[in-house]
Ligand binder design. Structure first.
Ligand SMILES: [Zn+2]
Length: 369
């Protein structure tokens, strides 16, 4: 970066490290994107600044669930409250809650099956909280569960709001920015170093395992684990997906943050064989979101829009399971609050995600919306 002109827009020191948001001349952008010390936020800074300057949509009234009285959809909830919501949901006629497996620490991983159209065998899959600190994915998944039930959607859903319950609990009790699951380190020499606990669940799927964008260092935040599906969380999810492989027609994994809807591949920049079909869906999703909230989401293959990574669920479902429409969305924001997204952005994020999802469903399932 020695010759590139960099303007520092914001910076702070954290744990002895200097963090900064910088503006780079467009001709140096591709170089910055390749540099692992930089994380790319936006190529349209002016628009980003304008959007952050406008007051965010603020729902003055608390937004309660229409199905579970007293449950606020516009708040973040610890795991116990999430489970209470799911329990109440399970009393609905067309929904049931399944225990699909146990986490490393023995918590139940729960999926909600919503049968809106029992005569149709096709399903939409949605999951959240693969990465523990991405709280907005849990709130959004709960809102999508509610919408899937109340909107009289004509399609069936299977939604796993918290793939990583151990990590999620840890973010509420010890470290808000925890990412991985909570498996013990491989050897006792690491027991005193917290960063050496856990496996990055989105590096643990059986696709290009151990390749670029993953790590074999247990102390890395992108540690891939000892082998594909070594983790109880990923193997539980994979087992259910595999069992439903002929039924799931749309797979969407929720993450944050970056404001991006992406398609395969993550592990290579090579174009996937369904690129045109994916982009047709993604462009409609982007437009629907913009129409709903005015927010800009980028769209495209994960490897070119974000970074290269191996062992991702969307690549596994696409390339190994055969779910053509496999996507990963990075929800709000573009890096102002990052993982600590304020709760007044929960509803706007959930609503725009539902708008995008609805359009994707219309295109893929060819149903009236
Ligand atoms: Zn993530």
């Amino acid at each position: 970066m020695n010759k590139a002109k960099i303007e520092i827009l914001w910076n702070k020191y954290e744990g002895g490290e200097k963090l900064a948001i910088v503006k780079v001349d467009p001709k140096h952008v591709s170089r910055v994107k390749r540099n692992p010390n930089f994380r790319f936020i936006t190529n349209n800074l002016q628009h980003w600044i304008e959007l952050s300057a406008t007051a965010p949509f603020l729902d003055e009234k608390p937004r309660f669930s229409g199905l579970v009285p007293e449950f606020r959809l516009d708040k973040y909830h610890p795991l116990s409250e999430v489970e209470l919501f799911l329990y109440e949901i399970s009393k609905r006629g067309n929904a049931r809650v399944l225990d699909i497996g146990l986490s490393h620490e023995g918590r139940h991983i729960k999926a909600v099956e919503i049968l809106n159209n029992p005569n149709d065998s096709r399903f939409v899959w949605i999951d959240g909280c693969t990465h523990a600190r991405e709280w907005i994915t849990v709130s959004t998944a709960l809102f999508l569960i509610e919408q899937a039930i109340v909107s009289r959607s004509k399609v069936n859903f299977i939604i796993v709001p918290v793939i990583n319950p151990d990590g999620y609990v840890y973010t509420w009790t010890v470290d808000r920015l925890w990412r991985k699951n909570r498996r013990l380190p491989p050897t006792s020499q690491y027991f005193t170093r917290d960063e050496c606990y856990g496996i990055d669940l989105n590096r643990n799927y059986d696709i290009n395992f151990g390749g670029e964008g993953s790590s074999r260092d247990p102390c890395s935040h992108i540690y891939q684990g000892s082998s594909p599906f070594s983790e109880p969380e990923t193997s539980a999810v994979a087992k259910l997906i595999w069992a439903m492989r002929h039924k799931i027609k749309l797979f969407l994994s929720l993450h944050s943050f970056h404001q991006l809807w992406s398609c395969p591949y993550a592990f290579t920049k090579a174009k996937n064989p369904h690129f045109d079909a994916h982009m047709e869906v993604l462009n409609s999703v982007r437009d629907a979101i913009y129409k709903t909230s005015g927010e800009i989401y980028n769209v495209g293959p994960l490897s070119t829009e974000l970074y290269i990574g191996s062992g991702f669920s969307l690549d596994w479902t696409y390339a190994k399971v055969g779910i053509v429409h496999s996507y990963l969305s990075e929800l709000r924001d573009k890096g102002v609050y990052g993982f600590m997204l304020p709760s007044n952005q929960i509803m706007p994020t959930a609503l725009e995600t539902w708008a995008g999802l609805r359009v994707a469903i219309c295109k893929i399932f060819k149903v009236d919306c």
